[in-house]
Design a binder for this molecule. Structure first.
Ligand code: CUA
Length: 338
């Protein structure tokens, strides 16, 4: 008897431990740099509030349905006339859902203008969804374009309007910590306004299936103090740094002589392609290949030599046929483009 009891307790505590672990894992998923429930922007805050209201509503309705189910299993059929049954169906099945859903619809619609209103916008960033990376264009105060790729930096506390489009297939631009997601549709430009409320590093991703490497197009997002942001943008507007070491010079030569410049631009050199990402400051970026590789020399070399294996169906050809020392030199050259 005693053994039986202690076994039960043991089993219960194991079960509880398991439950706590699952709960901890679920809650851990709620914070972090890619969570809509750990908002760092005004848009994400509204969306999180809407989510919690909907959750609360769903819980209430679930509790009511459970209570009615319990009641139905206990009550005697003859206690109810046909009229009260009709009222129950009309009230619970028609009036209640209409009122609740209309309330939620109105609340949701009221949130929408603020998510795309360009009032008080201090800056505009153009982003195009490519297969499978992000073309990003900032502008200087004089309106001159600064082409970047696969990374977004924003000044804290300022409203930034994103113009979102795509040349071929539909993508969806989403930085869960900062705001809602908006589709990037060929032939149209959609607008999204984000206003980060705190500094930090976040992660954006493509939220619409767009082809083989859909899951391999992400981007780091950094929210900075305004002064640091201005400094970063001014630096990104500069032409590329000259190679400093002999290895980097060798890499630049390999880069230009193997035709990389037909697709990639390195401002200030003869490489002037616009098919692929602008590489003028690729060495200063926080990730490589659209958020999927670290931005170190090893990764650069691996990427150039194994492009198609790392990102299936990518448009950039694999340059694995080049001798290893050329790949190494190119990796050093690109990493040096800070
Ligand atoms: Cu781009 Cu999915």
């Amino acid at each position: 008897m005693w053994f039986q009891l202690s076994n039960d307790i043991l089993r219960a505590s194991q079960w509880q431990r398991g439950f706590c672990l699952v709960l901890a894992a679920l809650l851990a998923a709620c914070d972090g740099r890619q969570s809509a429930l750990d908002p760092a922007g005004t848009g994400a805050e509204s969306i999180a509030t809407l989510f919690w209201w909907m959750c609360g509503g769903a819980l209430l309705i679930w509790a009511a349905v459970m209570a009615i189910t319990l009641y139905a299993t206990q009550a005697h059929p003859e206690e109810h006339g046909i009229r009260s049954a009709r009222w129950l169906i009309l009230g619970g099945g028609v009036i209640f859902p209409v009122v609740v859903l209309t309330g939620l619809l109105i609340y949701g619609l009221m949130l929408m203008p603020q998510l795309s209103s360009s009032e008080d916008v201090s800056m505009r960033v153009e982003v195009s969804g490519e297969q499978w990376w992000w073309r990003v264009r900032y502008r200087t105060d004089e309106g001159e374009a600064i082409d970047l790729a696969n990374e977004i930096r924003l000044p804290v506390g300022q409203r930034v309007a994103f113009s979102l489009t795509s040349p071929d297939v539909i993508h969806s631009f989403w930085i869960p910590s900062l705001g809602g997601k908006v589709d990037m549709i060929p032939g149209r430009t959609n607008q999204l306004v984000l206003e980060p409320t705190r500094t930090g590093s976040f992660r954006g991703a493509c939220a619409e299936y767009c082809g083989t490497s859909h899951a391999l197009m992400a981007f780091p997002v950094v929210v900075m103090e305004t002064a640091a942001f201005d400094e970063w943008l001014a630096q990104q507007a500069q032409p590329a740094q000259e190679p400093e070491s002999a290895l980097q010079r060798q890499g630049q030569h390999a880069f230009l002589s193997n035709g990389c410049g037909a697709c990639h631009r390195v401002r200030g050199t003869e490489a002037d392609g616009t098919v692929g990402p602008d590489l003028t400051h690729v060495g200063s970026r926080l990730s490589l290949a659209a958020g999927i590789l670290p931005a170190d020399i090893d990764a650069f070399q691996r990427w150039i030599g194994h492009t198609g294996e790392i990102k299936p169906d990518v448009r950039m050809p694999t340059f694995g046929m080049l001798p290893n020392d050329q790949l190494t030199a190119m990796a050093h050259y690109l990493k040096g483009l800070e």
